[in-house]
Design a protein around this ligand. Structure first.
Ligand code: URA
Length: 247
């Protein structure tokens, strides 16, 4: 074995191409152009070897996952499914959608059984921890069906903040999306994750939620993913999640 550390590890352009960033040739161009950094330092020389298990690599300022053992998934959790990996009462749970997968996945936070929508799953413990930790203030977007009409001042009230039994809460944004007869659809963006927070908050201002869907976490959108389906996040989405929590 070599005792020269520079001869260990894998060449940066190979690591980038294996991570799907670019062909090896194009990765060399990115390095030449000063667009690649390793552990916070721009690398311009082509021979640099890195350890993909530990190196923190950014391309154009966006963190690139170079570990092939890391998994980042988006589940559209259906209504009626519990946010647990096992359910001792045999109720439908998130773990049912992951049977046969060998990685040890965590669900990033929870959705109420009655809530549908985006739930992230990963085996990247640090990312999961930060996404859930209130200090990182990761924004989550919800669409709620509520009784109509929605008063003009509701958005302002919620942006200024209201008091719930476990403390104050405020939204980052509130928007009336649609109004149909006795029901309206509102979009709420909030950066905290207390239990039933959206339902409790809207009930408090007179709009009990009839149905709730989480449509976005930071820059990862649910899009038109069918309930019960799982997809792998793409490189830009994973990079945006790292960016949202300062990794
Ligand atoms: N707020 C709620 O009320 N329920 C959820 O599932 C998520 C946020």
């Amino acid at each position: 074995m070599s005792s020269n550390p520079s001869a260990e590890g894998i060449r940066l352009q190979k690591v980038l191409s294996q991570a799907g960033v670019a062909s090896r040739r194009a990765a060399e161009d990115l390095i030449d152009q000063g667009r690649v950094s390793v552990d916070g330092e721009v690398v311009r020389e082509q021979g640099r070897r890195v350890d993909p298990l530990t190196a923190v690599i950014h391309v154009d300022g966006v963190r690139v996952n170079v570990r092939d053992d890391r998994v980042y998934l988006a589940l559209n959790k259906p209504r009626g499914v519990h946010s647990t990996m096992e359910d001792d009462q045999g109720r439908p749970c998130v773990g049912d959608y992951l049977r046969g997968r060998t990685e040890r996945l965590f669900h990033v936070g929870r959705l109420d059984a009655d809530t549908e929508g985006l739930l992230l799953l990963t085996n990247d413990g640090e990312l999961a921890h930060r996404l859930m930790h209130p200090s990182y203030e990761v924004r989550k977007t919800y669409l709620a069906e509520v009784p109509a009409p929605v008063g003009r001042d509701v958005g302002r009230t919620l942006r200024q903040g209201i008091m719930l039994e476990d403390g104050p809460v405020k939204v980052d944004s509130f928007k009336l999306v649609d109004n149909y007869g006795h029901r309206a659809l509102v979009e709420v963006v909030i950066h905290e994750g207390r239990k039933h927070i959206v339902r409790r908050m809207l009930a408090e201002v007179g709009y009990p939620v009839q149905s709730l869907v989480r449509t976005r976490i930071a820059d990862v959108a649910l899009g038109n993913q069918r309930p019960g389906s799982i997809r792998a996040l793409n490189r830009a989405e994973v990079g945006s999640l790292y960016g949202a929590v300062g990794l």
